[in-house]
Design a binder for this molecule. Structure first.
Ligand SMILES: *Cc1c(COP(=O)(O)O)cnc(C)c1O
Length: 391
């Protein structure tokens, strides 16, 4: 929190707008829309709800397919299941860690042959880095399939001078507690299509038909954002750009001081927010990611593995998956060696130095002296015994 949140919450209390509508909700929508440069915005209760509404407006139905990256948080794909549709998973590429245009192309060609084009393509911008939205939207346009840009992790990021979340038919943001700014829980659906946002608003408020009594033709939801929480969002928007700079500074310190790790790239003509600093362990590292996460946890340092690819999740067993290269799955490679380091903007420089020192020590090859009964001194390089690979 920044301190200014209470002012907006007070406003909500003073005006007695304690409801999923009110002046803070309107103002928050306007703030986000003008910040990213998009025509219309709808504040909702979560990023997941925003994705769900986008799929409903695009009329995704049971039996339809939706393309979706494999390397992402499960919230990207769950709403596809809500509608009884099937996700088809697309691999990542090394340059962005996001959706591989090459794998996407393969999936489209195959879908065309089967006469089953997807109803929508969801693209995700992970950890603050935009996917190659120019190539991806060009491919989707060629097939006439709308794009939903899941920018839950990339608010504030840019690609080719445009804000993340504004490249598709719909953009989605999240204000969950772990995101770069938060309302404790919340989300936003954005689009340049006014009618589409109005349709989403209708569905998000129980799909009440205009009538003097309660009349319903369609299934709706209770998905609007509270006016109290929107007040928190207004104050948080004031510090978004500063947060991006702080996050990037945290990243720079890691990168400068942990030379052994391979950090997530920032592609040309883009601004990576570095929401989370993520990196790959060096090949042949003494510890695997899970071992390192556990060892750091013993030092009171919270690190996490990167997202486990969705095509490997029991929940999505049997779903199709298109890899970046024949016989090579980039998302699996990223998962094997990828790690998220502590990246909170509340972390002090001293805290971060301690993280850096601890990780450095843990990654150092261990050389042990072992005494044998015959008093022969044997050097044992532990790194030869442990490959650092997981299951
Ligand atoms: C957080 C997140 C979501 C979901 O947002 P919620 O507000 O938590 O529902 C969706 N996609 C990605 C990639 C996320 O990281």
């Amino acid at each position: 929190m920044t301190g200014n949140e209470e002012h907006y919450i007070q406003e909500a209390f003073k005006s007695n707008w304690i409801a999923p509508l009110g002046p803070n909700v309107d103002a928050f929508e306007e703030r986000v829309a003008s910040y990213v440069g998009v025509g219309h915005a709808l504040a909702v209760s979560s990023g997941t709800a925003a994705i769900h509404l986008a799929l409903r407006v695009l009329e995704v139905k049971p039996g339809d397919t939706v393309f979706c990256p494999s390397f992402t948080f499960v919230a990207t794909a769950n709403p596809i299941l809500y509608e009884g549709a099937q996700p088809v998973f697309i691999d990542s590429e090394e340059e962005t860690w996001n959706m591989s245009p090459r794998a996407l192309n393969k999936a489209f060609k195959d879908a065309l042959l089967r006469n089953k084009l997807p109803k929508a393509v969801i693209v995700v911008n992970l950890y603050g880095q935009s996917a190659k939205m120019d190539e991806i939207t060009a491919i989707c346009n060629r097939y006439g399939v709308p794009v939903i840009e899941d920018a839950a992790e990339s608010l504030g990021a840019e690609f080719q001078g445009k804000k993340s979340g504004t490249f598709g038919k719909f953009g989605v943001f999240s204000f969950n507690g772990n995101k770069i700014i938060t309302t404790s829980g919340g989300g936003m659906l954005v689009s340049d299509d006014r009618e589409a946002i109005e349709k989403a608003k209708f569905l998000s408020t129980q799909a009440k038909d205009p009538a003097p009594y309660y009349l319903h033709h369609q299934q709706g939801y209770n998905y609007r954002l509270s006016n109290v929480l929107a007040g928190i969002g207004l104050a948080q928007m004031e510090v978004l750009d500063e947060r991006v700079q702080q996050k990037r500074k945290i990243f720079d310190r890691y990168k400068t001081n942990l030379k052994a790790m391979n950090f997530m790239p920032e592609i040309k003509n883009s601004l990576h927010t570095r929401w989370l600093t993520t990196a790959l362990l060096p090949p042949g590292s003494r510890m695997g990611t899970l071992e390192l996460v556990e060892a750091l946890s013993k030092e009171q340092i919270e690190a996490r593995p990167v997202w486990k690819p969705l095509h490997t999740q029991p929940l999505f067993k049997g779903c199709k998956y298109y890899t970046h290269e024949k016989d090579r799955s980039i998302s699996d490679e990223l998962f094997k060696r990828g790690l998220c380091l502590p990246s909170g903007t509340g972390m002090t420089e001293f805290d971060q130095e301690r993280v850096i020192e601890t990780v450095r020590t843990m990654l150092k090859p261990k050389v042990q002296l072992e005494f044998k009964p015959a008093s022969t001194l044997v050097m044992k390089d532990d790194s030869l015994l442990r490959t650092g690979e997981q299951g």
